[in-house]
Design a protein around this ligand. Structure first.
Ligand SMILES: Cc1cc2nc3c(=O)[nH]c(=O)nc-3n(C[C@H](O)[C@H](O)[C@H](O)COP(=O)(O)OP(=O)(O)OC[C@H]3O[C@@H](n4cnc5c(N)ncnc54)[C@H](O)[C@@H]3O)c2cc1C
Length: 166
């Protein structure tokens, strides 16, 4: 069985999910393929940048991201060391959320770890009628034809035949 999608997004990380969120917000049909089950054993992100927060504001999820963020009174000290028990090299204190640290836009950056941020983004993307998010589906091949691109997807649980992308 083959299905047509105008857009197929390989990877349900922050970039793939943000793309799906924005396409869905604009009513563009798309399919997100994520090879893992979506869990995040090793987060790679703590700070959501100001520009990303502006996108979250547009999508209506900025408040949810801020509510999930690290508590306001949590120390904002970062330090670099040779190892966990090693010599400290440098430390700095990030400005608190109450300070006017981002006077150029409506949404300052926020400290919301990937383990909390990605699920919010995924929930918003998947709530769009035109977006489908499929986990444990790995894009393994693309073939360009004069009419379309044929994408082959491996499903870790099922066997899925090729998906056609326009
Ligand atoms: C230590 C560290 C700290 C960082 N801190 C920050 C920070 O504080 N703030 C910040 O903004 N950025 C930070 N970054 C950068 C940020 O993590 C990356 O910019 C971001 O993860 C990139 O997102 P991505 O979706 O492009 O890639 P990834 O996060 O790598 O996601 C790619 C996804 O695609 C899936 N995938 C790959 N191939 C296939 C396939 N063939 N089929 C299906 N699925 C596939 C993978 O399983 C994965 O889930 C940090 C990075 C590191 C390493």
């Amino acid at each position: 069985m083959a299905k047509d999608y105008p857009v197929i997004i390989a990877g349900g990380g922050p970039v793939g999910l943000a793309l799906a969120a924005d396409l869905g917000w604009r009513g563009v049909s798309c399919l997100v393929l994520e090879q893992t089950d979506g869990s995040i054993p090793q987060p790679k992100m703590l700070t959501v940048g100001a520009r990303t927060m502006e996108y979250c504001r547009r999508w209506g999820i900025a408040r949810e991201v801020r509510a999930a963020a690290i508590p306001r009174d949590y120390p904002r000290v970062s330090l670099y060391a040779t190892s966990f028990r090693g010599k400290e090299i440098y430390r700095f204190t990030a400005p608190g959320p109450g300070t006017n640290s981002w006077p150029w836009g409506p949404e300052p950056r926020e400290r919301c770890a990937q383990t909390l941020f990605d699920p919010i983004l995924k929930k918003f993307a998947a709530s769009q009628a035109s977006v489908r998010v499929r986990h444990q589906c790995k894009l393994v091949a693309l073939v360009q034809t004069p009419e379309c691109v044929i994408a082959t997807v491996e499903n870790h649980a099922l066997t899925i035949p090729p998906i056609l992308g326009a």
